[in-house]
Design a protein around this ligand. Sequence first.
Ligand code: SF4
Length: 258
Amino acid sequence: MATDASSYIPPHADLGQLMSAAKGCQACPLWRDATQTVFGAGPPDARVVFVGEQPGDQEDRQGGPFVGPAGKVFDEALDIAGIDRRQTYVTNAVKHFKWIPRGKLRLHQTPQAPEIAACRPWMEAELALIRPEVTVALGATAAKALLGPAVRVTRQRGQWLAWEQPGRITVTVHPSSILRTDDADRPAAMGAFVADLRRVADALATPSGAEPATAQSAAEHGYRPPAGGSQAADRAAPVDPVAAPTQGEVAPQLRLDL
Ligand code: SF4
């Protein structure tokens, strides 16, 4: 078995070709129990890329990222923050669903460092092709995959962090954490998530190239820059936004009056 997914990545591939190649990836054991590879989705010229942890149960079944309950929270938060999901690219640090059986349920398991490292070349290739103005890590797994083990989402959420890639990067919570929050605390958790996303919306309204206000050292995070450079010509082929929910699909119980 390959140590990481690098050998599965075709040279000079565009996003559509990457997605096709990822369907056959067996660089770590997670493919064995998953239904399918869940690759990123969105336009190749997206100005913002959101990176989550891994597909969930619904994503694994449907084949698209953020199409399950957490995706509905994500869509609602984006909508409130004024970000059109159709203009974003969403993906995960790990492309196969890791789970254990519990009765009839498939319970999510957090991917471990070797699995994240094995899958990293796919995420690196996506970012190298899209070259977004803003990258957003959703949750600790994505934050560590992008910025290294020192990053702390609880302490650094909403801040602009320095890295060795073009564009800005920030971290916030994974929307699934809002679903796990007690009912009484959920509006506040959602409000904080929306506030983080509003900073992203503000950044997208700021001319690109402007300096982040609170950049921290890349060395502090131990970030290893993705391989490859600008491949603008390769960005022409769009990735099928498979099963991406529409802006209208929201979780009514979480709708807030913000
Ligand atoms: S999780 Fe990533 S590295 Fe592992 S088999 Fe799936 S696509 Fe390949």
